[in-house]
Design a protein around this ligand. Structure first.
Ligand code: VGL
Ligand code: ZN
Length: 280
């Protein structure tokens, strides 16, 4: 009945058919694409609006390859500690040093300061429940997307979508990624030198493979963006351009990411097995 099993070439084809395909489990992290960071917003990022069509195109082309798409949202109290308006004699884009005790509380008068955090002072921006804090109206969003708010503690800033700037508390982002077994994150959005940079650094620290699509980001300032790019590269964050997305997605989601030697070993094993079976 199984005489066809005596044909080694046929057996070879049957045994070697199911080449195992190892694919990465991807999430797209869209950082702070909110009105506040667009050129007409309260903390304008030059050309911030130009990231929107690029991000929309990434979604249009590869949506089904993402296990999860996350939108982070800068979400501040109206008297947030990062606002220059809360610091006498300070102007937007000045810096100050904030002191926190061992439990992460801000030292407002006397207290046992354990952590000193340099804070850039920003114009009042992204105040929760205002139109300014809303996502850009023309960014593609779906019902299945996850929204992660950050910066809602009034006394500490939060650039990263994972942790606040003192790493005293974390958002639900890591849990959401783990629930979907995500191992690789692709990061886009605003601003390259602050929230994209801090999110990429934390993602790397947490063990994810990290890709930042540079032309799908814009920076607050040139000097800080050069430093951020340099530091991200040094930490093993991959900086790519959207023109490389077809190759990158192919590499991350197909057998293209199996080393060639693995294919060879697999086919040799299949050949040996098929020869053996043919002798029964
Ligand atoms: C951001 C400055 C202040 C950002 C947020 O999204 O990059 N930058 N708050
Ligand atoms: Zn902010």
């Amino acid at each position: 009945m199984f005489t066809f099993l005596r044909n080694p070439s046929l057996l070879f084809i049957i045994v070697s058919l199911p080449v195992p395909v190892v694919t990465d489990n991807l999430a797209l992290l869209v950082i702070d694409v909110q009105n506040c960071f667009l050129p007409t917003g309260t903390l304008p990022v030059t050309e911030g609006d130009l990231v929107i069509p690029i991000i929309n195109e990434i979604r249009q082309n590869y949506d089904n390859l993402f296990s999860l798409v996350v939108f982070s949202q800068d979400w501040h109290c109206d008297d947030h500690i990062s606002f220059a308006s809360q610091h006498n004699g300070k102007n937007p884009y000045d810096t100050t040093v904030l002191h926190y005790n061992s439990t992460g509380n801000l030292c407002e008068s006397t207290c046992d300061a354990q952590y000193n955090i340099t804070q850039v002072l920003w114009p009042d921006h992204c105040i929760k429940n205002t139109a300014d804090a809303k996502f850009a109206s023309n960014i593609t969003r779906k019902i299945s997307d996850v929204v992660v708010q950050k910066g809602y503690h009034c006394k500490i800033d939060s650039y990263s979508a994972f942790f606040d700037n003192g790493e005293f508390s974390q958002t639900e982002l890591n849990t959401k990624l783990k629930e979907k077994n995500v191992d690789t994150v692709i990061i886009v959005g605003l601003a390259l030198d602050y929230c994209v940079y801090y999110t990429a650094k934390d993602a790397k620290k947490l063990g994810y493979k990290v890709y930042v699509v540079q032309d799908a980001t814009r920076a607050v300032a040139n000097a800080t963006s050069i430093d951020a790019l340099h530091d991200m590269k040094e930490r093993g964050v991959h900086i790519v351009q959207s023109s490389q997305m077809p190759d990158l997605m192919e590499k991350l989601t197909s057998s293209g990411n199996i080393p060639q030697c693995f294919h060879l070993i697999w086919y040799i094993a299949a050949f040996v097995i098929s020869r053996r079976l043919a002798f029964f």
